[in-house]
Design a protein around this ligand. Sequence first.
Ligand SMILES: Cc1cc2nc3c(=O)[nH]c(=O)nc-3n(C[C@H](O)[C@H](O)[C@H](O)COP(=O)(O)OP(=O)(O)OC[C@H]3O[C@@H](n4cnc5c(N)ncnc54)[C@H](O)[C@@H]3O)c2cc1C
Ligand code: FES
Length: 264
Amino acid sequence: MNSIYQAKRYRITDVVEQTGDNIMLRIKTRLNPKPGEFVEVSIPGIGEAPISSASYNNKVLDLNIRIVGNVTEAISKLKKGDKIHLRGPYGKGYPIDELKGKNLILIAGGCGLAPLRGIIEYIDQHRLDYREIYLFFGFRSPDDVLFKDEIREWEKVYHMNLSVDEAMGENPFNCPVGFVTGILEKAELPVNNTEVLMCGPHVMMEKSIRILENKGFHDNQIWVSFERHMKCTTGKCGHCMINGMYVCIDGPVFRYDEVKGVDE
Ligand SMILES: Cc1cc2nc3c(=O)[nH]c(=O)nc-3n(C[C@H](O)[C@H](O)[C@H](O)COP(=O)(O)OP(=O)(O)OC[C@H]3O[C@@H](n4cnc5c(N)ncnc54)[C@H](O)[C@@H]3O)c2cc1C
Ligand code: FES
């Protein structure tokens, strides 16, 4: 019997080095998590890590992995054709169906872009269901920009706002230098009939929320994604708990008014 709690083996069909410390794995599977959901990726004998889906289709699953420790380091050594274990998908993602008919503002910092790439793939496939799409993506430097090819495509069809914190050498996107929140502050955005979806470092999300509030957005128009250490991913072990909520089953995506003020 198929169970989302049981890890199964899948074949890696591609490994793309994105930046010095990020790789993207393409895995042949029909799992197709919804935007914002995640899978547990494991290597027997080493461990497992929750990783967000960075795609939306039922042929392959793209996972962007930032190499930070044991498990992610081991995953980064895998090659095209190798097998990897996945279980899931888990969690509650962005309520993409409920957002039909709205303008969407997507805000990401660094590898927070990974789950938002899944949403953009979803929007591409259901373009007529949504109104204007505004993208605000910030990276540390031009070398750290993820999904470069996709960004070049997105800027043709969506309102793209890209920034890098610093550009010591070349700046191939010719984008503004500074925090993405600086661009957000200056942007003219529709407030009515608009929802905001964000993922990235806590400080970036907090600053973005203050800016949006000053522009007149309400907390119930904003959706945030949380990262927590996880073990069971099924609401049993309590590892991921924040203020009575389990990030693994009640999140990782929450409407901001429901989590405002929780200890991050
Ligand atoms: C729902 C969810 C989705 C995620 N999606 C992605 C993704 O798409 N791409 C990606 O690269 N990473 C993602 N992560 C983070 C990823 O799971 C961790 O980086 C990974 O588990 C680290 O494992 P490790 O053994 O390599 O490092 P470890 O040795 O376990 O940790 C290395 C460092 O990272 C910190 N760390 C580890 N896990 C977390 C965490 N969950 N929250 C905060 N700090 C942590 C540790 O404290 C330590 O400082 C996600 C996490 C969650 C909870
Ligand atoms: S990871 Fe065990 S309760 Fe969420």
